[in-house]
Design a protein around this ligand. Structure first.
Ligand code: CA
Length: 635
């Protein structure tokens, strides 16, 4: 959220050519010489696939005056032209195809005619990658890294500005300027990610943001089928995902269903009159997110929440228009298939039309039953977050909804974790609040799919929120990496990047050290890092690499004990494997009487501290240094 054999060879060659055409923005249009037809035909989605679960495909076709044209399909086995209709704008037509199960990959020929004029458009139906429909999404065996591409690393300084695009690069402008980070910069860090132990990347949106200013964040999309040229190209994106996959790292794409950027061509020429909410005029949302399901909410508040706008420069999409709804469903599927994604992160989830969200999530999960989708519902209230998870009880699901998200961002536990560590321990504060928060898991159909994050691009950095206290920061990270759910970290946490303690987007998205030529400090090579930074990097590298193979942490059952005297302990266990995690928030060393943990620990138990490698006696007492956390593999 932001206030952003021969057949095989032929297919490969076609893919390369089509990626190249996409990169150039040609989108497969074969021009037909005719008077007054200089403008190109734009077809979205720009290509599709055979063998999809949903056989119906609706193309949005744009060209000046196109609404008045007729469309025909040159006969193609297994493919039918179901019909077409004009948009409200004279420049759009919706064309519906049915791609039968028997259709083979190849090129369709669509003929647009008007009086004596004919325009032919070749449209690619590609073959899917083997196993595409069964692709596995991210899960609790992963560690997700969230990064802001513009602020992460500038791998290609020649693309910092693009001809005809506004918002010139200005690294001195921390609040709103583009800094030049790009896909090439992410690619340069792949080995670094592998070495640290991250297994999934979630970059904030990469799509074109052709806005006159404040476009670096990516959440004001102006072309939903094009990577911003200042980030790279569609072909480069696909190549990056393939390279990452080859190194055991998946990519989660950030999707914005709620709004686009005001620089989108739809703003001047919407395909239909009701494409945007509020008649295309800015009416702010009051962010009354509870109103969707609050039994006492005024209908006007409920309507305002989903129909109000974020900002004047982010027109709110009206997903109640069935053509726009279809467009958004197909757009998400297109990127999963084109780029070979491991999941989607959905921005500002609840702000879109409630019935549409059910349709969108159902369509994605029908196409990819093992994919993961994680929604952003920015609320500390677990009832509000839980209502969107799939298989929710009728009592807690959004009214009339059937949202099918496997995962939600765990904002409630995120907030409690920071508060619990930053505050003093008492009968109801500190670690006790963290302990008690887990009863909220009764509200989630699948707590193990909640994405538990230490930070992201929208919240103050963890190290700063904890008063730049290294010990507390380690406790928070150990918790995120051993608690139930899917852990997610924010770039730079490993080198203790800081921000103001109050929300400050620009300052929370500072450049990653070493991402720019001439940086004095380089997190990737270790050059110029302080002792504390190196310590934190080593701590995370050790813990995340250990976690990679620990099924007991991915899927093991959780048992925790009520905190006592500033000590909190929990166990993860699976079969004969067990991991014990103990926190000591006290300013002095502690000898923890472990006989209280007899349900999980046998007399004479011993183990190994995963971080220090120390062999430890666990029974009848465990030595815990002041302000420390231990992650222990129990023998
Ligand atoms: Ca660049």
């Amino acid at each position: 959220m932001t206030a952003a054999g021969g057949m095989m060879r032929t297919h490969r060659w076609r893919r390369v050519v089509s990626a190249w055409m996409l990169a150039l923005g040609v989108i497969g249009f074969a021009p037909v010489p005719a008077q007054g037809q200089a403008q190109s035909l734009r077809v979205e989605p720009p290509s599709w696939w055979v063998g999809m679960h949903q056989p119906r495909l609706e193309l949005l076709v744009h060209a000046p005056g196109l609404a008045g044209w007729q469309v025909e399909l040159t006969p193609y086995p297994g493919v039918q032209l179901l019909g077409s209709r004009a948009g409200d704008s004279p420049n759009y037509r919706f064309v519906t195809l049915v791609i039968g199960a028997q259709a083979r990959a190849g090129w369709l020929e669509l003929r647009f005619t008007h009086d004596a004029q004919v325009r032919t458009h070749r449209y690619e139906l590609a073959a899917r990658r083997p196993g595409s429909a069964q692709r596995r999404g991210f899960d609790s065996s992963d560690v997700i890294l969230n990064l802001v591409p513009d602020r992460f690393a500038n791998g290609d300084p020649t693309n910092d500005d693009h001809p005809g695009y506004g918002d010139p690069a200005n690294r001195a402008d921390i609040q709103a300027g583009r800094h030049g980070g790009d896909l090439a910069g992410i690619a340069e860090h792949l080995e670094y990610f592998v070495g640290m132990g991250y297994t999934m990347l979630w970059p904030t949106p990469l799509m074109e943001n052709r806005q006159s200013r404040y476009s670096y964040h990516g959440y004001a999309v102006t072309d939903l089928y094009r990577v911003d040229p200042r980030m790279g190209s569609n072909a480069q994106y696909r190549e990056l995902v393939a390279r990452a996959r080859g190194r055991g790292i998946g990519v989660i794409q950030d999707v914005v269903l709620n709004h686009v950027g005001s620089g989108h061509p739809w703003t001047a020429d919407p395909p239909m009159r009701d494409w945007y909410t509020q008649g295309g005029r800015f009416v702010p949302t009051r962010h009354a997110r509870t109103a969707v399901a609050d039994p006492y909410a005024a209908a006007s508040d409920r309507e305002n929440f989903t129909q109000g706008w974020f900002e004047p420069n982010m027109p709110d999409l009206n997903q109640r228009n069935p053509h726009l709804a279809t467009y958004l469903v197909q757009n998400a599927i297109w990127w999963v298939e084109f780029a070979d994604l491991s999941g989607l992160r959905v921005d500002t989830y609840g702000y879109s039309d409630t019935a549409f969200l059910s349709r969108w999530s159902q369509a994605l999960m029908a196409e990819y039953p093992a994919l993961n989708l994680v929604g952003e519902e920015w609320s500390g209230n677990p009832v509000v977050v839980a209502q969107w998870q799939r298989r929710q009880s009728p009592q807690l699901a959004v009214p009339g909804g059937g949202s099918q998200l496997p995962s939600l961002m765990d904002f409630p536990l995120h907030y409690v974790l920071r508060r619990a560590l930053a505050s003093d321990d008492s009968w109801n504060g500190g670690l006790t609040e963290l302990y008690e928060a887990l009863i909220n898991d009764r509200l989630y159909p699948d707590p193990s799919s909640m994405v538990l994050f230490e930070g992201n691009h929208d919240v103050p950095r963890l190290y700063s929120a904890l008063g730049e206290d290294l010990a507390l920061t380690k406790m928070a990270l150990a918790y995120v990496l051993t608690m139930r759910g899917i852990p997610q970290l924010y770039y730079g946490t490993e080198v203790l990047m800081t921000s103001p303690r109050q929300r400050d987007d620009g300052a929370t998205r500072q450049d990653f050290p070493g991402g720019w030529a001439g940086d004095a400090v380089n997190a990737r090579t270790g050059e110029g890092l302080s002792a504390a930074q190196r310590d934190m990097q080593a701590f995370l590298r050790r813990l995340m690499n250990w976690r990679r193979t620990q099924s007991v942490v991915h899927r093991g059952r959780l048992v925790h004990y009520a905190p006592e005297g500033g000590i909190y302990a929990y166990f993860r266990h699976e079969g004969d494997r067990q991991v014990m995690v103990v926190f000591n928030k006290n300013r002095g060393d502690a000898s923890v009487d472990t006989r209280r943990y007899a349900e999980r620990l046998r007399a004479g138990a011993s183990g190994v501290d995963v971080i220090s490698g120390e062999r430890l006696t666990l029974w009848p007492a465990l030595a815990m240094p002041a302000r420390s956390v231990r992650v222990i593999e129990v023998d």
